[in-house]
Design a binder for this molecule. Structure first.
Ligand SMILES: C[S@@+](CC[C@H](N)C(=O)[O-])C[C@H]1O[C@@H](n2cnc3c(N)ncnc32)[C@H](O)[C@@H]1O
Length: 353
C-alpha cells in the first residue's frame, strides 16, 4: 500500500488496508509490553473550549485543577502557564496569528454566545443535500462581504474597478457581524484556516485522513458553521481570506469528525473535557473495546505504548471510548461508537460476545 502523507511509520508496524475497517496499524515484529510504539507531535488544529480558556494553557494544555493560570493574554483570549509557553505560542502563530486571534476576541467579547453544549444528541445529522443547500444559501451574502473586504486592501475591489463597493456590500458585512456567534465553532475554523495558511505543505496530511461526508451533529451545528463562515469573511486579516471558503471549512469538519482526539484533564480519568485536536499520524489506529495499545497525552504530544505483549501480525488498536464508556455493556458501547464515530464495532471483544 502507498504510504499516505502524514501516516505514522516505524520498524515496529505497518499500515495496511482491512476488509471492513479502512486502514489499520499492524505489528511487523513482536512488541513487548510497555514499548513506546509511536509519538505523535503533529498537532494541526485544536480547540480549547471557551469556558476553559482561563484554566488551560493555550500552548501545552497544562491545567491546575481549575485555578486561573498566571499569564492571561486578554488581546488574543488565551492564558498560559509560563512565559515560555506564551513565547512558543507567539512563535508558532506568528504576527498573522496574533492579528487573527485578536480579531476573533474583539468580536466574541461581550457578545451573547450560541454554542450548544457538547451533549449527545439524537437529532438527525444533516444529509449531503441539506449540507450543500446550507452552504449555497450563504454564497451570495459571502460574495458581497468578500468584495467589501477586498476594497480595504487597494481602495478598489478586486479585478480593477469593475465592481464598485456600494452600501449594499458594507451592509452585508455589518449584517454578518450582527448574527449570533458560536465561539467554539469559530475557534475550530480559525485554528484550521491559520494552520493551512502557516503550513500549506502539510494540508495533504489532513486530506489523507478518513473523511465523514455528513460531519455536522444537527441542523443547528451546520448553521453555526455557515454563520461562522460569514463572520470570518468579515473579520479575518486579508491574507487569510482566500482560505476562508466553504471547501476549506467543510474539509476541516469532514476530517475532524472521525479523527480528532479529545483534550482531557490528565488526572481523574480525564473527567474534564477541555477541547479537541487533530494529530493526523495518530488517526491510523483503529478502535478495539479490548485495546492492546494505551495512549496518553503529554502536553501537545500523544504517546502510544504496548499495554501487553503483542505478537507479530496483530492489529494495534487503541480505544475511542472514555473511562466510563469502557465499562458499559456491549450494546451500549456499540451504540456510542455508532453515534460518535459512525461505525459498527467489529473488534474481537464485540465479535466474541
Ligand atoms: C481514526 S480513524 C482510524 C483509521 C481509519 N481506519 C482509516 O482508514 O483512516 C476511525 C475510523 O476507522 C474505522 N474504524 C476504527 N475502528 C473500527 C472498528 N473497531 N470497527 C470498524 N471500523 C473501525 C471507522 O470507520 C472509524 O470512523
Amino acid at each position: 500500500m502507498e504510504p499516505s502523507p502524514g501516516a505514522p511509520s516505524s520498524p515496529l508496524f505497518a499500515i495496511r488496508q482491512t476488509p471492513h475497517a479502512g486502514r489499520a496499524v499492524f505489528a511487523t515484529t513482536f512488541i513487548p509490553q510497555g514499548t513506546l510504539v509511536w509519538r505523535s507531535d503533529d498537532l494541526t488544529l485544536s480547540v480549547l473550549l471557551r469556558e476553559y480558556r482561563r484554566e488551560v494553557c493555550g500552548q501545552c494544555f497544562g491545567y491546575d485543577y481549575g485555578r486561573d493560570l498566571p499569564i492571561r493574554d486578554q488581546k488574543i483570549g488565551f492564558a498560559f502557564c509560563s512565559e515560555e509557553c506564551q513565547q512558543k505560542w507567539r512563535e508558532e502563530n506568528g504576527q498573522i496569528g496574533m492579528e487573527t486571534w485578536t480579531a476573533v476576541e474583539k468580536l466574541v467579547k461581550g457578545r451573547s454566545k450560541e454554542d450548544a453544549d457538547m451533549v449527545d444528541s439524537d437529532l438527525p445529522r444533516p444529509k449531503k443535500k441539506e449540507i450543500e443547500a446550507a452552504w449555497a444559501g450563504v454564497a451570495a451574502h459571502a460574495h458581497l462581504i468578500r468584495i467589501a473586504r477586498q476594497a480595504e486592501e487597494t481602495g478598489v475591489p478586486q479585478e480593477g474597478a469593475i465592481v464598485q463597493v456600494t452600501k449594499q456590500h458594507k451592509k452585508a458585512l455589518q449584517k454578518a457581524l450582527l448574527q449570533p456567534i458560536s465561539p467554539d465553532v469559530m475557534s475550530f475554523c480559525v485554528s484550521g484556516i491559520l494552520w493551512r495558511y502557516l503550513k500549506p505543505q502539510e494540508w495533504d496530511r489532513v486530506l489523507a485522513l478518513a473523511s465523514d461526508s455528513t460531519p455536522y451533529h444537527n441542523t443547528d451545528d451546520l448553521h453555526a458553521f455557515t454563520r461562522t463562515y460569514l463572520h470570518l469573511l468579515a473579520i479575518l486579516p486579508l491574507p487569510l481570506l482566500p482560505l476562508v471558503t466553504p471547501e476549506t471549512l467543510f474539509i476541516l469538519s469532514a476530517r475532524d469528525s472521525h479523527n480528532s482526539f479529545g483534550i482531557r484533564s490528565l488526572e481523574d480519568d480525564g473527567s474534564e473535557f477541555f477541547g479537541y485536536g487533530c494529530w493526523p499520524a495518530a488517526s491510523y489506529f483503529n478502535h478495539s473495546c479490548g485495546p492492546n495499545i494505551e495512549k496518553r497525552r503529554n502536553g501537545r504530544v500523544w504517546e502510544f505504548r504496548a499495554g501487553r505483549d503483542i505478537e507479530e501480525g496483530e492489529e494495534l488498536c487503541i480505544t475511542y471510548l472514555s473511562g466510563e464508556e469502557r465499562k458499559m455493556s456491549r450494546g451500549k458501547r456499540m451504540l456510542t461508537l455508532k453515534r460518535n464515530w459512525g461505525f459498527d464495532c467489529a473488534c474481537e471483544r464485540c465479535e466474541e460476545a
